[in-house]
Design a protein around this ligand. Structure first.
Ligand code: LLP
Length: 419
């Protein structure tokens, strides 16, 4: 894992001279390369790749990804509306949501967005609104989960995501009673699976497809892992592509059914295409046997993954110093949990880093996926930070402006009895 994966010293100096920290910066080139890698998977009966918008929904990112040929998976009706406003055509969008109101179902039916029912109740609700003969996708829980922790695992008996695979008969009956045609089958079991898990997930999903004669598309979700730091290993896309292709070919030989494959990565496309650029605000110690804290002007309000999952994002001070110091990197929120160097059992995990000075720039890597999108917005009344994209000539463009205090306050209402 190199440092400054897509940034070099000149770029960092130029960016920080022009934009005050903290801000996110994304690389168009890295995103495009990652998209190409997924699109090159040799699916024997065709491939549609969908971007899991939740990873990073900024309109500019959606446009970069759309231009490579990707379609989209939205996790809420609001992400659908975001896509439509960006000019993405409805037939490229699928909605896979944990919560689904009738009002929003009406909207997606009217717009022609594909619906992926995640429960029997969602299927029932859709059936009351959709014209008879409509095609639908169902998401199943194939009884298998994957993910680096319970929080990123969305399959198996402890997960509420999808129709339990043994209840597929019920879904089939319900669809038949309402005149719906289940033509697409979906499963996504979590973030971070290896090729062996993909093979099992594909086989289990195919076993369910055998009970649904009209299914022609198999969506196996996302979950390709990318190494964000030296201790992690990326999923081999080649290996996953091969195991999935083998499973599909074997199924075609045994049953004569040829499935169009869909995949739905989020992390893989954008995680290492983004960094959060911030600054060292203070350095404090707790005595000779204590710790040295590197306090930065960023925090869990804008990047929650370390606090939420103990996720490791490389934090690299931008300095020429050859001395090294063990630092605990702490965020700017008034929370002892706002740490960027913490272990899974919640203990401080000092990192050996080049010696930093107050005011130095610090780069937090692997911050393109589930970072800006999972920000806590205004905890401690810190504003939502700016986002920039580097085009393929390394020119930076602002794609989100830093929020102003007026914008933070705009929806607050002071009842007259308190004035
Ligand atoms: N499809 C569906 C239906 C999903 O729920 C997700 C992620 C994906 C695709 C994309 O998965 P990916 O390729 O990004 O692993 N916030 C966490 C991960 C939870 C993702 C939830 N669903 C993180 O920061 O790693």
């Amino acid at each position: 894992m190199q440092h400054f994966t897509f940034l070099n010293k000149e770029l960092i100096s130029a960016l920080t001279a022009e934009h005050s920290t903290p801000f996110y910066i994304y690389s168009q080139n890295t995103i495009e390369q990652q998209c190409e890698t997924i699109l090159s998977i040799p699916a024997p009966f065709g491939l549609t790749a969908r971007y899991a918008i939740k990873a990073n929904p900024n309109t500019a990112i959606l446009k970069v990804i759309e231009n490579t040929g990707f379609h989209f998976d939205a996790s809420s009706e609001y992400e659908v509306i975001r896509c439509l406003k960006a000019g993405i055509s409805a037939d490229k969008i699928q909605l896979t949501s944990q919560e689904m109101s009738s009002e929003h179902l009406e909207l997606i039916i009217k717009e022609g967005v594909r619906f992926n029912a995640c429960s029997l109740e969602q299927l029932r609700r859709y059936a009351t609104l959709a014209p008879r003969g409509s095609e639908i996708s169902i998401r199943i829980n194939p009884g298998l989960g994957s993910g680096s922790s319970r929080k990123t695992n969305v399959g198996g008996p402890s997960s509420s995501f999808g129709i339990w695979f043994e209840q597929v008969d019920e879904a089939k009956q319900l669809a038949a009673d309402c005149g719906l045609r289940i033509t697409r089958l979906h499963s996504h079991i979590g973030s971070g699976a290896d090729p062996a898990v993909w093979e099992r997930a594909a086989s289990l999903t195919l076993a369910v497809a055998r009970q649904l004669p009209e299914v022609v598309t198999l969506n196996l979700g996302g979950g390709f892992k990318v190494a964000r730091h030296a201790g992690e290993v990326s999923t081999s896309i080649e290996a996953v592509g091969k195991v999935v292709a083998d499973v599909l070919l074997k199924e075609a030989q045994e049953t004569g059914r040829e499935y169009h494959l869909e995949l739905e990565p989020g992390t893989f496309l954008v995680a290492n295409a983004g960094s959060l650029i911030c600054s060292v605000d203070d350095i404090t110690t707790t005595g000779d046997n204590g710790y040295t804290f590197l306090k930065i002007n960023a925090g869990m309000d804008m990047l929650t993954r370390p606090a939420l999952y103990a996720a490791h994002h490389p934090c690299i001070p931008f300095t020429d110093s050859t001395n090294e110091v063990e630092y605990v990197i702490t965020g700017h929120c008034c929370e002892s949990g706002d740490l960027f160097s913490v272990s899974a059992d919640d203990t401080l995990e000092p990192r050996l880093l080049p010696e930093a000075q107050i005011g130095d720039t610090l780069i937090i890597e692997g911050a393109g996926a589930y970072c800006a999108s999972m920000s806590l917005k205004n905890y401690n009344s810190f504003p939502q930070v700016a986002e920039l994209i580097l085009d393929n000539q390394d020119k930076a463009h602002t794609i989100r402006q830093r929020e102003s205090m007026e914008q933070i306050l705009i929806n607050e209402v002071l009842p007259t009895y308190l004035t």
